[in-house]
Structure formats: structure tokens, C-alpha cells
Write a protein of this length. Structure first.
Lengths: 440, 358, 301
């Protein structure tokens, strides 16, 4: 039985990989999830990426004539399936997988070793290891735009702004409600350090997975009577927390969520209770941006769009996917130029250089039609995060409205922490960090 | 015709008691091992070795562990993933804190730690049975994960509670390529499977089965209930612990505690039910089915779409796959409730008579 | 009232009311286990399926009662289909096989719900806001949500209806006979298959009620399937076969869990809720191995 199953699977594999590969293509795997509890995130994000690639193919005929191709693989948000999808997709296309977007912190962890050995860069945009921002230790991992640590710092900055100055934070009470997992523990160190510097009182309350029952946590909040609550939630935990806040009468406009607590899918289930709730993000929703209009015009008009639910076009997860698409495509573009491969597919190693030398400034954002959709981004060998900018938005009951400008995290505070953590990783793994001054 | 035992005489007890009394079985096993140890590492590509075969073997080992407890000793457990987590995190700590120990002794110690946890959470089995016990083992599942997340020592105080398994080096040989990792896993799994096979044929194994079939009757004929049940928990957890260590060291590399969620426990339970409870072979067959089948469905649906040219929305395909997977499991249970191992046995019976069934 | 006492009362009341929510899910398990000896792991998916069907219908502009009735019909049909395709072929199989079959059923139901209605989460409001009752919070400084009270009433009504159904109706009596002894029931001419189909349909109804209550709290989304995990320790304490046990078990678990999390949890870094209920149930079982109201089984050799 076992052998026959293997044989059958092998046959199917041969059939699937046997299709002719055109040489003028750039292959990017779309290993995501379209089923299970996190399906809204997976389907929206990968819908956005693919829509943007489709736009490039339809409008420009690809990048310098190189068509972008992709293939979906269902990871079900599970580590072992993520590894299997990665291994299956890494050799596809003329040059193999160009870059991987795991869209899961767990899968990112599992792929770091493998992708580094295979010379395939990982973009973990807004999730994964924060310390991977130290590109000397993690040459192939890019926690682009904003890491959890920068995020936590920006949140405190935002609260300071609202209170009328950072010095006003002294003596204020802030509660962190977090998902009890590796992800939820990410902000602890930063928030604690800031608490000792700024003098606010910090209480951290864990919510066990999945977080569909939070009575006791919010009773504790009620007893503490904090000035602000930071919500570090995931999935069903978010609407439940917002509802529970309403239940104890805690004002929603004093709740600040991380970006995994800030999509439409996180507030719609909470109904009217979510009105006034604030969350952070590094991409804005909406279809008014020129690039989104182009996607509607070139992709959806032709019936080639990914989102079958049209109301989700321009939702947070969808535009986040578009941002990921823009970043990926820009990196391919500059790698093609640098390696003299215009009109030819690039390898994963060349892609790594491309991402590491990304510089999406205001001018480029304007050309891309993405001003305001995403922050500017400048990646380097030292800094694999590239931006650290965060914007805050408020849910008005029907849509997200931005309420601040881009807020920058304090790199002076975050950077040494990242370096210390990365150095520990390097020591454990026996990695000699690169010398960035010798990188070109 | 080919599979016949006629003419194979046994003239000593040792011959009669060997694991594979039929010559053809011995040859088949030899061939299988040769393929697994020699042909696959040479011929198999990276995808097969690192994404399919290695995890398959690791899950088979965990399933074997659960099978000892559930299939042989009759104690239903839903805490398998927790024992794997203990194995993974303790192995990491032993290697980290006592590097002079070497990888294999660290794995064994990690397995013993898992066994100790297993004994503690096996204590209720002396009082409660059946689904009450199964639900009680969930306490273990949730408590262990909570403790690993809460107590910094387990993760060496890493800020996010994630560990990165060290490189496996034995006698100066680094096991770093997919083929080497696969061989390392295979060796451990093969040895432990052999040990399990023999253990289940020994007095201990028979005591397990007596407890499974009817514990009151077993205790009446003088089988010490406490010792037997706790031993079953200990051995089972040891196997799961080693599987967990392999999972971290030879497969994923960097793991978070959430990787050992309840879902994994259920998956492993699936493996033994589909494969066959109370069968060593069944653990392997079940692990193969549960790991390979979703991949097969994945490829088959892509292939079907390519061939027929019908493009169906990916979400629809993904959901259909989940439905088919569930439906097939039900179908399997209806057709052969005793699992794939039983099917294999029936095939062997038929083969004996082939081509002249009377 | 002094604040400390008021807070304690609040935690206790909140816990008891949360326990009612757990009991709602646990009831579905009990019904099926009682009549057919199946530990139905798919109960959580049934909750999800029912709530999602209802919400999707109302979002398409259906009237509340019409949507409720149609969903109910769907759940009854589902129960009958499950009996036909899953349970009947598996009669007389070991319990673990049946248990695994219901896990297979979980996959089918989850895939089916998302296939038909999509994977987007929905909001659900039943017209009763989840906000504290004013005069309680003003007079006594105790926060108790009016929705929790409503849920408790619904649970109470549900148990009452089930009790009448089991005690007074012909089908109910047949159900009890089946629960006591399958073979004896068959011998006196009770159609076992029909009874099972009815029980699954009733469990579907209970799932719908639970789905609506939980849906208001969490939104109607995939995570509703996780509610099953909250019901398991309740079953341990209340016994797998007792309807009052489910309610009492729910109250005990809810109250101890919340009190522990609020008063003991912070000493250990919090989050002990995830396992505390199980440990309570476990300790309880060491004293009473069949749960509070479970039936004693005497083994014969």
C-alpha cells in the first residue's frame, strides 16, 4: 500500500512538473492558505500579490519582458505542509523559486535554514523573527517594512502623541493583552524597556489560544483601569477582545491593535462594538490609489482577478498583498538591471541582492502609483527591515480611516536589541556574521 | 505461488520465534531495508528526502509510540504532541547545556524526560478509562505547552520562545544534507521499531495486550495494573519524545512550542487508526497515508485542472480537498475498521493460496 | 459593597455565566453519547456549520425566523444524513473507530461550510447588546452583561425543553430506553436507527443555539469549531451521559477557571486557563471516575 501510494504520488508529481517551462519567466511560489481559521488572511494576501503580478503581466508584459508566473500550494497554515510546499516549489520555473512569502511565523522559522542553504530569500513582511533585521547574520531573511519590535515602539509613540507628549506617559497605566504564543511574546522586551525609560506602568495579560473566551482577562483589565490597552491578537481573539472591552465598558478608542488585529476581518465580527477601535498597519486599505485603479482596470475588467468576493478588493489583507507584490517586483527589477539580465529570469541569489538594495523612495512610489499605500523603504545589508514606519487607523464602523502620519520607530532603542538577539542566534548556530562593508 | 511457506521447517525454538518466520518475508524486509538505506539516499532527490520521507519516518515513530499505548495497552491518549514537545525542547537543552554529552545520549535523555512526564500524566489511568482518560490527557497537552512557553529555561530565554536545534554531529560526521538527515532518522526509527517489535512479543507486550483486552481480567490473573499501565505510558512517551527530538533536529530545525499543538496529536491518532491499532507495521502505513494523501490530493487536483483545462477557484479546490480527505477517512473506517495493516494481512493470506484458491 | 467583594462577585458571576456557554456546547456531546455511545468530535463543526448557515441566510436578506427555521431543517437533514452514511455502517464497531469517524466528519463539515458560504467571518447581533446591566453596575458596582443573562435563560429553556422531550414524549421515552440498553431496546421493538437520526437532529438544534450564542461573542467564523474544546472538561466533570451534569459541570468549570485565572494566574504569568479546567476535572475524576452524574459501570470478567 505504501509503495503504491508513493508510486501514484510520484506519477502525479511527474505529471505536474513535466509541463514545459518557458525560459522567459520568473517563478514566484504562492504557498499560502485558503482553508481553515486563517483563510481570510491567506486568501486576501496572496490574492493581492497575484493581482499585482497579473497587472504587470497584462499592462507591461511582465518585468522588462519577463513574465511573472506563480503556482499556488496549500499550506493550511501548518509547518510540515509549508515545508513540503517549499521543497516542491523551489526547483520550479527556469531559475527555481525566486522568493518565498511564508505568511506564517511558524513556517518562516522552519524555512530559515533551508532557504539559506538553497539561496532563496524569504520575505517575512511584518512577521517572523524580528532579529532577522540584522542582515549580517540572516543574509536570506527579510522582515521587511516593520518588525514586531519597531511596531511595539511605534505604538508607545502613538500613545504618547495622543497623551500630548512622551513625558506625559509617566504614571500612565498600559495593559498588553497578548496571544499566548511566540508571536504574542514578541513585544514584551521592547514594552518593558520603554516602561522603565518612560515610567508608565505595564501589565501584560496572556490570552490562551484560540482566545474565544476572554472574560477573566478583561475583568483584570477592569480592575486595573488602564489608560490604554494594546491588543496583540490573532484570529478570533480580536473580535472577542473588542466585544469583551465593550462588555466591561472600556472605551474602544483607547485600544490599539497590532497589524494582525487590524484587518476588516478582525472588526466586522465584533459588529458595532468595534467603532472607534484603533489599529496600526504598514499598508492602507482602499481602491483610490492609482495602482489599485490600474489593477481594477487591467486585471478585474478582464476577469482575471484573484478575489472572487469583489467587496474584498482593497481590503487590508488585499492591499498588503499588493504591497508585497510591489516590493517583490521592484527587487526583481533592480536585480535584473544590476546583473545585466534585463529580459532574463534572475536566480534566488540575485534576488537576494535585489531585495537587499531596494530603495523605494517617494519618487518611485509616485511612479508606482502607491503613494500613501505603503511607506518608503530602503533596505541594506545591515538593515533588512528597511523602513520601520507605522501608520495608525481607526475603524469608523464601516471602514478603516488613517488618523496619523507615518510614525517611525526609535532605531536607537530597537537596533541594539536586534543585534544582541541575532548575535546569540549566530553563536548557537555557529554562523560567522558577514562583513557588511565588503558587500557591494 | 511465490509466497508459500511449504517446505520451510523449523527445527529449533529460536527459529520458530524469529520475527519473520517465513523466508519470503525476510527477503522482502531485507529488500525494503536495502532500498530505504541505500537506494533512496542515492536516488531520491531533495524534495523526497527532506519534505516527504524524513517527516514520514518521524511521524511513524511518534505513531509507533502512541500505538504502544493505545493499540497495545488500550489507553487512549490525546497528548502525543506534548510528549514530542518535551523531547524536542529537552534535547535542545541537553545539547546546549551539556555539549560534551553528544547528540545520541542527549536524545535518549530527552526521551527519558518525556517518559517521566508520561508517567506523571499516566497516573490518572489507574482510576479512569476510555474517553474520560482521553480527555484527561488533554490536560497534559495544554499544560506542557503552557509550561514550555512560560518557563524561560526551556527555550534558553529566547525572547519569542523559539528554539533553534543544533547541528547533529556524531563522531565528527555532520548530518547536514537532506540525505544524511534522512539516514540518521531512518537508523533511529529502524532500531526503535525493531525494539518495539520485540518488546511487544515479550512478556511485557503480552501484559499490555491483556490490560487492553480487559483490565479487570488481567489483574485477576496477576498482572500488576499499576506497573503495566505506567510502563506503557513511559515507553510510549519515550518513543514520542525521541520522535519530537528528531522532528526538531532532523526536520524543522527551528521550532516554536505551538508546532506541537493538539492538531498534531490528532493527526498521529489518525495515523494509528488508519494504519491499524496494535500493529507496528500499521504505524508506518498510517503515517505514510496521512502524510502522503493530502499531497497526493494536492497534486492530483492540479493535474486534473491542467489536463481538463477547467480552472476552478483555488479556495474551492482547497475546500474540496479537505472534504475528500474527511470523507475518505470515514470510508476507510467503514470498509476496514482495523486499518491498513489488516488489509495487508488479508493480502498475505490471499497470496498464500494464489493462484489456486480453492 | 467593598470593591474587593464586588469584584469577587463579579468574577464568580462572570465565571458561572461563561460556564453556561460551555454547557451549551457540552449538551450536544451528551445527547449523542447518551443515545449512541458515540463521542462526537464533530459537535464543534456542527456549531460552526449551523451558525454560518443562519448568518449567511440573514445576510441575504432573509427574515430572522425564516432563516432560523430553514437552518433548523438543514440541521435535521444533516443529522439524518450522518446517521445514514456514517453511523449505520459503523454499528458495533469499537468506540475509538466511531470517534475517529466523527473527526473525519469534522473535516467534511468544515470544508463544506467554507465551500458553500466562504471563509469570511461575519458579525452577528441578536438584538440584545452585550453590555453591562446599568442598575447593577451603578448600585453595586458589579458588571454583569445582559447578554450573559439572556444566554443563561436560553440554556435554561433549552434544558427544560429537552427534559420535557425526554420525560414526556413517546420518542423521548424510546430515547431513554436506547440509552439504557441498545439491545434491550431493539428487543422491545424500538427502531434504533430512527432514534439515532432523531438524536443527531436534536444535537443539530442544540448546535444551532450554541452557535448563535457563541457567534454573538466571537463573530461567526471558523474559530467557532474551537468551542468544542471548552466543552470537554465540562463533560469530564458532568459525565458524558447526563444533561443536568452538563449544566452543573459547566458552572463548576466556568467559576473555578475564572477565579483561578484572576486570582492565581498572575502568579504564574497568566494564561493558566488553557489547562486549569482540565486539571480541575482530572482531580475531580480521581475521586469520582464517572463524573458527577455519570453512570457507574460494573465490569464483569
Amino acid at each position: 500500500m505504501r509503495r503504491s501510494t508513493i508510486a501514484a504520488a510520484a506519477l502525479a508529481l511527474a505529471a505536474a512538473t513535466g509541463t514545459a517551462v518557458a525560459q522567459n519567466e520568473q517563478f514566484i511560489p504562492a504557498n499560502g492558505y485558503w482553508v481553515g481559521p486563517y483563510a481570510p488572511g491567506g486568501s486576501g494576501f496572496f490574492g493581492g500579490i497575484i493581482d499585482y503580478f497579473q497587472l504587470l503581466n497584462e499592462r507591461d508584459g511582465g518585468i522588462n519582458g519577463v513574465k511573472l508566473t506563480w503556482e499556488k500550494c496549500e499550506t493550511e497554515y501548518r509547518n510540515d505542509r509549508g515545508v513540503e510546499c517549499y521543497e516542491r516549489s523551489k526547483k520550479k520555473g527556469p531559475t527555481g523559486a525566486t522568493v518565498i512569502h511564508p505568511l506564517s511565523t511558524g513556517i518562516t522559522y522552519s524555512l530559515i535554514d533551508k532557504a539559506t542553504a538553497d539561496h532563496i530569500p524569504i520575505i517575512s513582511m511584518g512577521y517572523g523573527r524580528a532579529d532577522a533585521a540584522d542582515g549580517r547574520v540572516f543574509p536570506y531573511v527579510f522582515p521587511l517594512v516593520t518588525t514586531y519590535w519597531s511596531q511595539a515602539d511605534a505604538m508607545i509613540k502613538f500613545i504618547g502623541q495622543r497623551e500630548g507628549g512622551m513625558d506625559k506617559l509617566k504614571g500612565k497605566k498600559i495593559v498588553l493583552i497578548y496571544h499566548d504564543s511566540a508571536y504574542g511574546k514578541e513585544p514584551h522586551a521592547v514594552l518593558e524597556k520603554l516602561a522603565s525609560q518612560l515610567g508608565y506602568q505595564l501589565t501584560m495579560i496572556a490570552v490562551p489560544h484560540p482566545g474565544n473566551e476572554q472574560q477573566s482577562q478583561w475583568l483584570q483589565v477592569r480592575q486595573i483601569r488602564p489608560d490604554w490597552v494594546i491588543l496583540w491578537g490573532w484570529g478570533v481573539m480580536n473580535p472577542t477582545a473588542i466585544k469583551a472591552a465593550a462588555k466591561i465598558g472600556f472605551p474602544r478608542n483607547k485600544m490599539v491593535g497590532v497589524w494582525w488585529s487590524g484587518a476588516e476581518e478582525d472588526v466586522i465580527p465584533a459588529g458595532s462594538a468595534a467603532k472607534g477601535y484603533i489599529s496600526s498597519g504598514f499598508n492602507l486599505p482602499g481602491t483610490n490609489f492609482p495602482v489599485m485603479q490600474e489593477i481594477l482596470k487591467y486585471v478585474y475588467k478582464k476577469g482575471k482577478g484573484e478575489m472572487d468576493d469583489k467587496s474584498r478588493i482593497g481590503s487590508i489583507y488585499h492591499t498588503r498583498g499588493v504591497v508585497a507584490g510591489i516590493i517583490t517586483a521592484e527587487a526583481i527589477r533592480i536585480a535584473q538591471t544590476h546583473f545585466n539580465k534585463k529580459g532574463k529570469p534572475i536566480t534566488g541569489e540575485e534576488m537576494r541582492w535585489g531585495i537587499e538594495n531596494l530603495n523605494i523612495d517617494d519618487k518611485r512610489l509616485k511612479e508606482l502609483g502607491a503613494v500613501g499605500l505603503m511607506p518608503t523603504l530602503r533596505v541594506s545589508c545591515m538593515d533588512h527591515e528597511g523602513s520601520g514606519l507605522v501608520k495608525f487607523q481607526e475603524w469608523d464602523g464601516a471602514k478603516w480611516k488613517p488618523i496619523t502620519d507615518w510614525i517611525a520607530a526609535d532605531k536607537k532603542l530597537i537596533r541594539p536589541m536586534m543585534e544582541a538577539s541575532a548575535a546569540q542566534y549566530a553563536k548557537e548556530k555557529g554562523i560567522t556574521p558577514r562583513d557588511c562593508s565588503r558587500e557591494k | 505461488m511465490l509466497y508459500r511457506e511449504a517446505g520451510q521447517f523449523k527445527s529449533s525454538y529460536a527459529e520458530d520465534q524469529q520475527i519473520f518466520p517465513i523466508r519470503q518475508d525476510r527477503i522482502a524486509m531485507g529488500v525494503l531495508l536495502a532500498v530505504a538505506f541505500v537506494v533512496l539516499p542515492l536516488a531520491g532527490n531533495e524534495y523526497w528526502l527532506s519534505a516527504i520521507l524524513t517527516p514520514l519516518l518521524i511521524f511513524a515513530l511518534a505513531a509507533l509510540g502512541l500505538n504502544i499505548l493505545t493499540g497495545y495497552a488500550g489507553q487512549l491518549s490525546l497528548g502525543t504532541a506534548a510528549f514530542m514537545a518535551v523531547g524536542a525542547f529537552m534535547a535542545y537543552n541537553f545539547v546546549l547545556r551539556m555539549p560534551w554529552l553528544g547528540i545520541l545520549p542527549s536524545f535518549i535523555l530527552a526521551g527519558l524526560c518525556a517518559a517521566a512526564v508520561g508517567v506523571v500524566f499516566g497516573l490518572p489511568s489507574l482510576r479512569i478509562k476510555g474517553f474520560y482518560l482521553a480527555v484527561a490527557t488533554l490536560a497534559c497537552q495544554f499544560f506542557v505547552l503552557w509550561a514550555i512557553q512560560r518557563i524561560g529555561w526551556f527555550t534558553n530565554y529566547s525572547s519569542s520562545g523559539v528554539i533553534t536545534a543544533q547541528q547533529v554531529v556524531i563522531l565528527g560526521v555532520p548530518f547536514d544534507t537532506p540525505a544524511r538527515k534522512y539516514l540518521f532518522t531512518l537508523t533511529v526509527v529502524a532500531l526503535m521499531a525493531l525494539a518495539a517489535k520485540n518488546l511487544m512479543r515479550s512478556e511485557t507486550g503480552r501484559a499490555f495486550m491483556a490490560v487492553r483486552d480487559m483490565d479487570v481480567a488481567a489483574s485477576v490473573i496477576g498482572i500488576p495494573m499499576m506497573k503495566t499501565k505506567l510502563l506503557a505510558f513511559a515507553i510510549s512517551s519515550f518513543y514520542c519524545g525521541v520522535a519530537g527530538a528528531l522532528h526538531a533536529f532532523a526536520y524543522l530545525g527551528t521550532v516554536e512550542p505551538e508546532a506541537y499543538s493538539l492538531e498534531l496529536s490528532f493527526n498521529i491518532l489518525f495515523m494509528i487508526v488508519i494504519g491499524g491499532a496494535g500493529s507496528i507495521l500499521g504505524s508506518f502505513l498510517g503515517a505514510a497515508f496521512i502524510t502522503l494523501f493530502p499531497i497526493f490530493l494536492n497534486l492530483a487536483s492540479d493535474w486534473l485542472q491542467n489536463v481538463t483545462g477547467i480552472e476552478i477557484q483555488h479556495a474551492v479546490v482547497s475546500n474540496l480537498r479537505v472534504i475528500i480527505f474527511g470523507a475518505l477517512i470515514i470510508f476507510f473506517l467503514i470498509v476496514e475498521p482495523l486499518g491498513l495493516a489488516r488489509l495487508w494481512q488479508i493480502t498475505k493470506e490471499k497470496l498464500r493460496l494464489w493462484p489456486f484458491p480453492h | 459593597m467593598p470593591t474587593q467583594v464586588a469584584f469577587f462577585v463579579e468574577v464568580l458571576a462572570g465565571g458561572l455565566l461563561a460556564g453556561v456557554m460551555y454547557a451549551l456546547v457540552a449538551l450536544g456531546f451528551v445527547l449523542i453519547y447518551k443515545a449512541s455511545g458515540v463521542f462526537n468530535f464533530a459537535q464543534g463543526s456542527m456549531v460552526f456549520f449551523a451558525a454560518l448557515t443562519f448568518v449567511s441566510l440573514t445576510e441575504r436578506g432573509w427574515n430572522f425566523w425564516l432563516a432560523l427555521a430553514v437552518t433548523l431543517v438543514v440541521m435535521v437533514v444533516l443529522g439524518v444524513v450522518i446517521e445514514r452514511t456514517v453511523l449505520r455502517p459503523l454499528v458495533n464497531q469499537p468506540q475509538i473507530t466511531l470517534f475517529m469517524a466523527t473527526i473525519g466528519l469534522t473535516f467534511v463539515l468544515e470544508g463544506l461550510s467554507q465551500l458553500i458560504w466562504g471563509s469570511q467571518p461575519h458579525g452577528l447581533e441578536l438584538g440584545i447588546a452585550d453590555v453591562p446591566i446599568d442598575w447593577l453596575s451603578q448600585k453595586l458596582n458589579i458588571n454583569i452583561s445582559q447578554f450573559d443573562i439572556f444566554a443563561a435563560f436560553v440554556a435554561g429553556a433549552l434544558v427544560a425543553v429537552l427534559a420535557v422531550f425526554f420525560q414526556k414524549t413517546r420518542i423521548g421515552r424510546a430515547l431513554r430506553a436506547v440509552a439504557d440498553d441498545h439491545q434491550a431496546a431493539l428487543a422491545v421493538g424500538i427502531p434504533l436507527q430512527h432514534i439515532w437520526a432523531i438524536v443527531w437532529a436534536v444535537a443539530g438544534f442544540v448546535a444551532l443555539v450554541a452557535g448563535l450564542m457563541w457567534g454573538v461573542r466571537n463573530g461567526v467564523q471558523y474559530a467557532l469549531t474551537f468551542t468544542a474544546l471548552k466543552a470537554l472538561p465540562v463533560l469530564l466533570i458532568g459525565g458524558f451521559e447526563s444533561i443536568p451534569g452538563a449544566i452543573i459541570g459547566g458552572l463548576i468549570i466556568g467559576a473555578t477557571e475564572k477565579l483561578a485565572e484572576v486570582y492565581v494566574g498572575p502568579m504564574f504569568g497568566g494564561g493558566i486557563e488553557s489547562w486549569f479546567a482540565y486539571v480541575v476535572a482530572l482531580l475531580f475524576l480521581l475521586v469520582r471516575p464517572e463524573g458527577l452524574y455519570g453512570e457507574k459501570h460494573i465490569d464483569r470478567v
